[in-house]
Design a protein around this ligand. Structure first.
Ligand code: PHE
Length: 454
């Protein structure tokens, strides 16, 4: 047995757990990938598929991860090891995910901070200029300084601990995030030409619907719910036994999906209004956030206010996700080396700050380092999102569904309240989730080899 659960930080209650899970889940995935996928893959048809997947597959995976964490009271490596040494390798693979993601996610966090300052200083028009983004990210100094500021802010919150840091922040940040999302959606829907976008987003279009829709929705779902990253295991380990685990998971799913839906309402109508109804103007990723949207805002009234609000929202979403990643790394480090939180935060912070340098420099000074046209940041993203996470997801399903068996998870969930959807859980975790996760794994590899595309 590894070290016990005594003295472990705990969330003060169910709401705190739900807010932390939701804060982690609501991230760049919701804002810059969900709207694009929804528009591309059949509007309402994608939305319905996505919601069904969240309520079945996402639900089962999140239940499994949270229960593994709560049962063992440990972060990923220790948690898997507690069921037998032979399972430790899953914990090690899981732990690699946040170690790879945190540095490059922080680089993007740094860019967001930069844009936030530009818009809030009233210079939104300059951010909309054609070369603003490439000129900025190819510099050596500035992007790294912003990245380090972002890492420093995350470290500060994690340093304060679960209740005084993460919980306290989420109590203000999550309601603010909802309010800002509603304001921007309302703004976006009132732009002239927005209605065409709204229709495109909501009305099911079966011409664009197909097997790819389902695969895209599945991949998006498990990224968006922060699964297969060790986060829910760590957060589960801070959850009290008396708190209703099943209901909490349902609430996190709802929160995450609601914000993703609102992101579509914010972004699709605005881009349609800007492009005169051209669906092709909508893209995903950094291109959407740092090139298209600044242009969209700049072309409408209240550009600086709308842009500032929008980048505050993006910052909140990215910040709270990054904190959950950071916390996951810290808890792995402190469980493993038996260090106190403060020491683990400092050591982890320095490590992440150093690991963030290559993906930041990869756009300028070190742009010669690339494989198959991928920058260093893309490579890290590929390694974590396309390789490690689907692999970890397959292993977690096999672990919960077959190796230790669903009864272990059911017993843990039932510690607080009877597990209402346990039949659904057993069926999905044994028979549906493993092949689905394997399909994601294979299709990501095929898409990176450019045999298929999303
Ligand atoms: N759920 C997050 C999102 O949608 C994914 C994520 C979580 C990424 C934590 C990084 C860190 O963006």
């Amino acid at each position: 047995m590894t070290q016990g659960t005594h003295n472990r930080d705990k969330f003060s209650g169910r709401i705190a757990f739900v807010l932390a899970g939701a804060a982690s889940a609501v991230g760049l995935g919701n804002l810059w990938r969900f709207p694009y996928f929804a528009a591309k893959y059949g509007g309402g048809a994608f939305l319905i598929t996505y919601i069904i997947l969240v309520m079945t597959l996402g639900f089962s995976l999140m239940i499994a991860e949270t229960a593994i964490g709560r049962k063992t009271g440990l972060s990923a490596i220790g948690a898997f090891k507690k069921f037998g040494r032979k399972y430790a390798f899953i914990g090690i693979l899981v732990s690699l995910v946040p170690i790879v993601i945190t540095p490059y996610y922080s680089v993007i966090g740094g860019w967001i901070l930069k844009y936030l300052t530009v818009f809030s200083a009233g210079n939104g028009v300059s951010a909309a200029a054609d070369n603003f983004f490439p000129d900025f990210i190819t510099q050596a100094g500035q992007p790294i300084v912003w990245t380090w500021i972002f890492i420093f802010l995350c470290a500060g919150v994690v340093f304060m601990g679960i209740q005084k840091g993460i919980e306290y922040l989420n109590k203000y940040l999550m309601p603010a995030l909802i309010i800002i999302s509603l304001i921007i959606s309302a703004y976006s829907l009132t732009l002239s030409g927005a209605l065409a976008g709204l229709k495109y987003y909501l009305i099911p279009n079966l011409d664009n619907f197909g097997i790819k829709t389902v695969v895209a929705a599945m991949g998006q779902m498990f990224f968006s719910l922060s699964l297969a990253m060790g986060i829910m295991i760590t957060y589960g380990s801070y959850m009290r036994k008396e708190d209703d685990l099943e209901r909490s998971v349902r609430h996190i799913e709802f929160f995450d999906t609601a914000i993703a839906f609102l992101a579509g309402l914010m972004i699709i109508p605005a881009v349609f209004a800007f492009s005169g109804g051209e669906a092709g103007a909508l893209n995903a990723g950094p291109g959407l956030m740092f090139i298209t949207l600044p242009k969209v805002f700049a072309s409408f009234p209240f550009a600086n206010i709308a842009g500032t609000l929008f980048f505050i929202l993006v910052f909140f979403a990215a910040f709270s996700s990054a904190i959950s990643l950071y916390e996951t790394v810290v808890s792995i480090v402190s469980d493993h080396f038996k260090w106190r939180r403060k020491k683990s935060v400092l050591v982890t912070g320095v490590l992440i700050a150093l690991l963030a340098v290559p993906p930041s420099l990869g756009f300028g000074l070190w742009d010669s380092i690339s494989i198959a046209g991928m920058t260093i940041l893309d490579m890290m993203d590929f390694l974590s999102n396309s390789m490690l996470m689907p692999l970890v997801a397959v292993l977690t399903c096999l672990f919960a569904g077959w190796w230790i068996g669903p009864q272990v998870i059911i017993a843990e969930v039932s510690e607080s309240r009877p597990f209402k959807n346990r039949k659904l859980f057993v069926f999905v975790i044994k028979w549906v989730a493993p092949p689905c996760m394997a399909v994601i794994f294979i299709s990501y590899i095929l898409s990176s080899l450019r045999i298929i595309s999303f």
